[in-house]
Structures are given as structure tokens and as C-alpha cells.
Write a protein that binds this ligand. Structure first.
Ligand SMILES: Nc1ncnc2c1ncn2[C@@H]1O[C@H](COP(=O)(O)OP(=O)(O)OP(=O)(O)O)[C@@H](O)[C@H]1O
Length: 229
């Protein structure tokens, strides 16, 4: 589903590579943690998958898309196969919960009747039924992240990328969000989550890919965050 072949990325303004000779393969339906200290290249990894950056060297595949070679007009098609969740939720503050989720479908031209049907379904899936008409500021952080997950998932993407999705949440709320991501993963969606959260990585015992200075230094099938870090 995701494959990086000998990928390096050197940003124009930096002499040191953000990623160096990274090869990683993620199968359909896997759940993978991407860990590593600040500046190790996690966000760069995710940005390459979205074609927000192109590699300096190597090849990036997502599903059947050869990402770096994709003509500009086909980039939206790539991005429709990928849902994204961020630490800071990134909700539209002037829209209700339901409108935030609906908007993701409107922008890709889904018919109104589909939107009316699937938005309540996905809100139920994430445990927000009954909160459809709330504004984001009327929700807790955990609830806002559920809206963001609903929005990322409503189009049933093949891949869900989560960049520090629990970074602004307390431990209990973080566990709830992880249960939700597991649930989404069980539908067959491939989940790739960048995180610094030791306790979550240790409790989930999923695949762990660790980056350090842009290199993969560990790839464990059922990993933990690491001792003494
Ligand atoms: N747009 C950019 N231009 C120049 N250098 C960049 C750019 N984005 C990232 N870098 C550099 O690339 C390296 C990797 O950064 P990246 O953001 O991928 O790391 P990260 O592991 O996601 O860090 P964090 O956990 O703090 O988000 C760092 O040295 C960073 O300074």
C-alpha cells in the first residue's frame, strides 16, 4: 500500500538530508507507528506520501500511484485515497460538526443525498451522534479530534495518516482516540501514525518504524517505544 524505495530528501535550505536512503514497505491494512526524536524526519515522510514534497532521490508509491511522478492534475486523486489527522485538529471553526465532515465530501463533488446519508453514519462510528449541530469550540479536545477523524475517514480512504493525533490530549482521551484508530484500522484502512507518545506505542504493540537523523534505525513487528527514551 505504501512503499519507499531508497528515498532521500534534502530541503533546499538545509545541508543535512531530512531523510536518507529510507526503504519502508507497509502492507494494506497494517497499523504502523513512525517514531523518532524531533527533527528525525517523521513529518517529511508523511509529506512525501501526500506529494506535499517530492523526494530528492528514490521512489514513493502509495497504492498504485508513483507519487513523485504523478502529473499535477492527478494529485487530487492521490490525496483522495489518503485521510489526514493532525495534532491541532484543524477544524473549520465557523462550521458545525456535521458541516465540517460534509465539507470534505462537498469539495470532491459528492452528491447531496450521499452526504446526507453518510455524515450521520460516520459521526456514529466515531461516537459523536447527538453532537452533529455543535460548533467546534463547544467540544472537548478529544471530541474535536473525533470530528477530525470522521472528516478524514468519511470518504473511506485507503490510508489514514495521523501526525501526533494525541499530542494535545490527556492520557485517557488519548487511549479513546487510539481505540477509534484501531477500529478504523479494522475496516481494512492502513494507518500510519507519527508519535512521541511512549505509553501509547508501548500499550498497542504494533509495528514500529524508528527514524533518527533521517535514517530508519529500527523496524519491529510488535515494537515498543524503546528503553530509556
Ligand atoms: N521545509 C523545510 N525546509 C528546510 N528544512 C526542513 C523543512 N522541513 C523540515 N526540515 C528539516 O528536516 C529535518 C526533518 O524534519 P521533520 O519535520 O520531518 O522532522 P520530525 O521528525 O517530523 O520532527 P517533529 O517531531 O519535531 O515534528 C529537520 O532537520 C528539519 O529542520
Amino acid at each position: 500500500m505504501i512503499r519507499l524505495d531508497s528515498v532521500s530528501k534534502v530541503y533546499k535550505t538545509s545541508s543535512r538530508p531530512a531523510l536518507e536512503n529510507v526503504s519502508v514497505e507497509v502492507d494494506k491494512g497494517e497499523f504502523v507507528f513512525l517514531i523518532g526524536p524531533s527533527g528525525s524526519g517523521k513529518s517529511t515522510f508523511l509529506r512525501l506520501l501526500l506529494r506535499e514534497e517530492v523526494p530528492s532521490k528514490g521512489r514513493v508509491m502509495v497504492s498504485n500511484f508513483d507519487v513523485a511522478k504523478l502529473p499535477r492534475r492527478k494529485v487530487p486523486r492521490l490525496r483522495q485515497t489518503i485521510g489526514c489527522v493532525f495534532q491541532d485538529f484543524r477544524l473549520l471553526t465557523n462550521k458545525t460538526v456535521a458541516e465540517n465532515v460534509a465539507f470534505a465530501l462537498e469539495v470532491i463533488g459528492k452528491p447531496k443525498r450521499t452526504i446526507t446519508k453518510v455524515v450521520p453514519e460516520v459521526l456514529e462510528l466515531v461516537g459523536l451522534d447527538g453532537k452533529a449541530d455543535r460548533m467546534p469550540h463547544e467540544l472537548s479536545g478529544g471530541e474535536q479530534q473525533r470530528v477530525a477523524i470522521a472528516r478524514a475517514f468519511v470518504n473511506r480512504p485507503l490510508v489514514l495518516l495521523a501526525d501526533e493525533p494525541t499530542g494535545n490530549l490527556d492520557p485517557d482521551t488519548s487511549q479513546d482516540i487510539m481505540l477509534l484508530l484501531e477500529r478504523i484500522n479494522r475496516t481494512g484502512t492502513t494507518v500510519l501514525m507519527a508519535t512521541h507518545d511512549h505509553s501509547i506505542v508501548d500499550s498497542m504493540r504494533r509495528r514500529v518504524v524508528e527514524l533518527d537523523h533521517g535514517r530508519v534505525i529500527r523496524d519491529d513487528r510488535r515494537g515498543v517505544y524503546g528503553v530509556g527514551r
